[in-house]
Structures are given as C-alpha cells and as structure tokens.
Write a protein that binds this ligand. Structure first.
Ligand code: G3H
Ligand code: 13P
Ligand code: ZN
Length: 349
C-alpha cells in the first residue's frame, strides 16, 4: 500500500473504536521492528519522526526507508508523520519531502521550550492546516503543554503545569480545522513521568472525557504515553545502567482514553528502553563480540516485542485489511470539497 494519511487511519480507528500507536523512529532497525510488529499483529501503523530524528538520520534516508517499508509490506496501511513540528517551515519541508501528516506543535514557541499564547498557537496551526490540506496532508495540533524535555524539546516541569482547558480545546479545533488534537492531561515525555504509579488524581482522565464530549468528531492524541515497564528498566539496570525508579502511563489508563476519543497514542521511550536493555545485555554477557549485528538483532527484536504488545493493547491489531488506501490527491479533493469535514461538531457544554 502507498503511504496514507494519518487522517484516514484515525477515521478508520474511530469507526472501529480502537487506537493506533504512533512510534518514533531514527534509523532503519526501528522501522524494521515496527513493520515486523505490524505484520505479526496485522495492524495499521503510524511511524513518526521528530526534528531530532530528521537531523540524526537525514530526510532522504528516512523517506526512502519509509518507501521501502511501504513496498515490502503492501498489506499494511502506513502513515509517515512529523512529530512536534515547531514552525511552518519545518512542516512545509516535511510535506515537500513526502510525509503524509504533520504535527504543528504551536503550544510552544519555535524554540520548542517556551509556552506560546493561545492566539499564536491558533495562527500558526491554521497556517499549516491551510497549506497541508490543499496538498491532501493531515495535521495534528496541540493545545495545553506536556511536561518534560526530550532532546531539548519541551517546556520542562510536571505534566500538570499546563493541562488543556476544554473551552480552549473547542475554540482551537473550530478555528484551526485540525484533523487531530493532542491534549495535555498530565503526561510528560521521557522516562521520568511519575514518582509513583499514577492514579486518577494524577492523570486527568475526567478532562479528557469532558473534551471528547464536546468535540466528539475530533481525534484526540495522547503524547507521552510510554508505560515505562519495570521489566525493561530492570534489564537496563541489571546490565550496568543507572535508571532511577520511575513510573509511566499504565496501559489501562490509555485504554480508558481509547474508549473516550483517543485515536493516536505516541510511544517512543518504551522502545528506547527495550533497545538499550538488549544491547547492554549482549555487551555485558559477551564482551568479546564486536559485530553490530550481534547486538542490533536482539535490540530490534526487543523493540518489535514492545510494539506488537502495544498494537494488541491499543486494539489496532487485526485491522490492517479493513480498508483500501485513499490517495493523497483524493484527500486533497476531499478537503477542498468539504467532504472531509475538519471543523468539529461542537456540542453544548
Ligand atoms: O516528543 C518526543 C519524542 O520522544 C521524540 O523525541 O525529539 O528526542 O527525537 P526526540
Ligand atoms: P514517550 O516519551 O512517553 O514515549 O512519548 C513520546 C511522544 O509523545 C512522542 O511525541
Ligand atoms: Zn510528543
């Protein structure tokens, strides 16, 4: 199947009542791990690259690896998504390259650190939506600010510092016409999300439910959704790592989100942990080895295992064959004619 838009994957997920994991990549082995997991579980999938990933891998390598994935797994609906675009130019260059969806994270200023004003966020996001939809590409916006910092991106602090205001979420969706909306409900990027297992007082699921009630037609996105499993932390520490005790987002909480409008779930850290643990194990147990394939093969397998598990838990498993690809040209026609309604149906408070 050719690369498809995230909008199509999420529309289908909404029809089927499931969520779709969006997994970050930086290299070939991570793309391979995700595609094998998708094949194993028969899942549609979103592969996403951050600005840091684009810098690390270079755009052309990333794009051609994604084309190879689409070619090798024609049965898998696959979207290529820009994670946390910081400016119009970043989104524009991703679209010109061939990404089939972009995130314009206007919740932060272009420095990727300082919270932006609501009006700044609306203005930049609308500009990206207009540009992208004309070209058949879907757009994710963000309202509210996540906690933590990954690779220099993020406002820092706790995930509860800037949770999403439901009134602002409604106004933002109406004024920008985004296809999907990332909301801040207490999660953070990275491994250090919570100092104890989070319960209802930490993760604002009530807020999520309130937003979904008022924006039933807007696909919600949960960032910072790694579960940071204890067994993956333990492997790293057993083989010489020094992770401090930490908790991530329990899968059961994500599943509550999926029942209440969450369609895209972003996961990066869990895969980083799986890869690092597997490599450390080989280094510790067989220090005489020096062929990268000796440690990259188990690293790739460890990531595949995590991704396949999440695909099953999010409910996307089994849905790869449910639909045919809508071409990017037809998506553009749909946006132009209004048949792909992007303005949400806003219900009363
Ligand atoms: O949003 C954060 C993702 O985990 C990507 O992280 O910016 O370090 O590539 P990165
Ligand atoms: P994690 O750090 O929890 O994996 O979140 C990843 C993410 O939100 C990417 O945008
Ligand atoms: Zn994120």
């Amino acid at each position: 199947m050719p690369l498809v838009t995230t909008r199509q994957l999420l529309d289908e997920a909404a029809k089927g009542g499931y969520g779709v994991g969006a997994f970050n990549v930086n290299d070939m082995e991570q793309i391979q791990a995700i595609m094998e997991a998708a094949k194993e579980t028969n899942s549609p999938v979103i592969i996403q690259a951050s600005r840091g990933a684009r810098k690390f891998a270079q755009d052309n390598y990333l794009y051609h690896l994604m084309l190879a994935a689409a070619e090798l797994y024609p049965e898998i609906p696959l979207a290529m998504h820009l994670d946390h675009g910081n400016s119009f130019e970043t989104c524009e260059s991703a679209i010109k390259l061939g990404f089939t969806s972009v995130m314009m994270d206007g919740s932060l200023k272009p420095d990727g650190k300082t919270p932006a004003t609501f009006e700044e966020n609306v203005e930049i996001t609308k500009k990206v939506v207009d540009y992208a939809h004309e070209r058949g590409i879907s757009v994710e916006g963000e309202i509210g600010v996540l906690g933590g910092i990954e690779d220099g991106h993020g406002a820092g602090g706790s995930g509860l510092d800037h949770v999403t205001d439901p009134d602002q979420a409604v106004e933002f969706a109406e004024r920008t016409g985004v296809d999907s909306l990332a909301i801040a409900i207490g999660t953070s990027h990275g491994a250090y999300k919570f100092t104890k297992k989070p319960d209802g007082s930490v993760l604002k699921m009530d807020l999520l439910i309130a937003i979904h009630k008022r924006l039933p037609n807007t696909h919600l996105v949960m960032h910072g959704s790694s579960s940071v499993p204890k067994d993956l932390q333990d492997i790293i520490n057993q083989y010489g790592g020094k992770l401090k005790e930490t908790w991530g987002v329990p899968v059961e909480e994500i599943q509550i989100g999926i029942k209440n409008g969450v369609r895209k779930i972003n996961v990066d850290t869990d895969n980083r942990l799986a890869i690092t643990g597997a490599i450390r194990k080989v280094f510790a147990e067989t220090p005489e080895k020096f062929d990268p394939r000796d440690y990259l093969t188990p690293a790739r397998a460890a990531m595949q295992k995590v991704v396949a598990q999440r695909m099953t838990q999010f409910g996307q498993a089994g849905h790869a064959g449910d639909y045919k690809a809508i071409s990017i040209a037809d998506m553009a026609k749909g946006y132009a004619s209004g048949s792909l309604v992007t303005k949400p149906l806003v219900t009363a408070k």
